[in-house]
Design a binder for this molecule. Structure first.
Ligand SMILES: Nc1ccccc1C(=O)C[C@H](N)C(=O)O
Length: 344
């Protein structure tokens, strides 16, 4: 049965998809070209575990630091060797559809970033079914407030999330900091292969654990709210990144979120990273020579040397019409994926 058969209006592409197609679009491992789906998930987890083992063995760290009273409300903080006065803090929220993953296997970028003078904080939150989406958003908000309170003279707080973690990071664009008694020194958001409109997730198997109602999905969809939200710091930048081999729905989610940021007052940029899939995009953050792990005059490179904001304002119309022509790459990927698409 097509989703559109259950009486939903068909104005967005996903509402016209069959349940099977929608399921496939929201299964990133199915779009991995270099490996089979299972192997891609296994490799991702192995690289995360190894990076975490290495980070804990080689970097100065504070592990399992509580940011709240809940059992799951802990962060791991990794420091650069050299002490600095205004240390930039980079917070990472892991992915896994709000129901898998942990901070203990997500210290991907610790090595390259601490080596360049950035403190890295890997945040744990209560995944489903223990935690609800609202609780996870609240936990992540408190983890950010915690870092600001503990390190008030920080040289900027940068939030990075992957997949479901990119959603949680994006929700911080909407946070009401006065409620938390502290305004974090937010300088940048780095949203990697995220989901920003949660409604389609309701119609996939991911919702078995999440149990999202339409109200839950809408309340927790930054896509619906971010145009109205105000940046606390007008210099704060938002980079929306998606992998070339992410699914068309993931491309659409990132692109539409970027466009919506531009309609508001956000300084946003959009990048499609060439030749990487949903998992490689994060695995590559373990590497010192990766484009995303270069720290420059600004604490973190992805925001350096690009025309941030300008693409959103002056060149906006041009950017809109020059959206990356996905899924042009379909033609060049393995027959495995091509077949799936044609079968849809
Ligand atoms: N383990 C992850 C870690 C990060 C991001 C996504 C996942 C997923 O497992 C997504 C989904 N279950 C998939 O099979 O693609």
């Amino acid at each position: 049965m097509a989703i559109s058969d259950v009486g939903l209006p068909g104005e967005v592409p996903w509402k016209k998809m069959s349940a099977e197609e929608l399921e496939n679009q929201y299964r990133p491992s199915q779009w991995v070209v270099r490996l089979g789906a299972e192997e891609a998930l296994r490799t991702y987890s192995q690289i995360g575990i190894e990076a975490t083992r290495r980070a804990r063995a080689t970097r100065k760290s504070l592990l399992h630091v509580p940011y709240g009273d809940g059992e799951g409300e802990k962060v791991d903080i990794y420091f650069p060797d050299k002490a600095a006065e205004a240390l930039p803090f980079f917070l990472f929220f892991h992915g896994g559809y709000w129901q898998s993953g942990s901070k203990d296997e997500s210290a991907f970028m610790v090595d390259p970033l601490t080596a360049q003078g950035v403190a890295v904080v890997i945040v744990a939150y209560d995944i489903a079914p223990k935690g609800t989406l609202d609780q996870m958003v609240d936990q992540v908000t408190r983890s950010v407030a915690f870092v600001q309170t503990r390190y008030p003279s920080n040289g900027g707080i940068y939030l990075c999330g992957h997949s479901a973690g990119a959603h949680l990071a994006a929700m911080m664009l909407l946070a009401n900091w006065t409620k938390h008694g502290v305004t974090p020194n937010l300088k940048g958001f780095f949203l990697v292969s995220g989901v920003f409109d949660l409604e389609p997730i309701m119609y996939t198997s991911q919702n078995i654990a999440l149990q999202l109602t339409l109200e839950d999905a809408q309340r927790n969809s930054p896509q619906l709210k971010v145009a109205q939200a105000q940046p606390v710091d007008p210099t704060c930048r938002v980079l929306v990144v998606v992998g070339q081999f992410d699914s068309p729905e993931f491309h659409r989610q990132s692109w539409e979120f970027y466009q919506t940021l531009c309609q508001g007052e956000w300084k946003a940029s959009f990048e499609q990273l060439h030749d990487v899939d949903h998992f490689e995009i994060v695995e590559n953050l373990t590497q010192k020579d990766n484009v995303l792990t270069q720290v420059g005059p600004h604490p973190w490179h992805p925001f350096r040397g690009r025309q941030h904001g300008s693409r959103c304002s002056l060149l906006d119309a041009q950017t809109r019409s020059s959206r990356p022509a996905w899924p042009a790459w379909r033609n060049s990927v393995s027959t495995k994926n091509t077949k799936k698409i044609s079968q849809m």
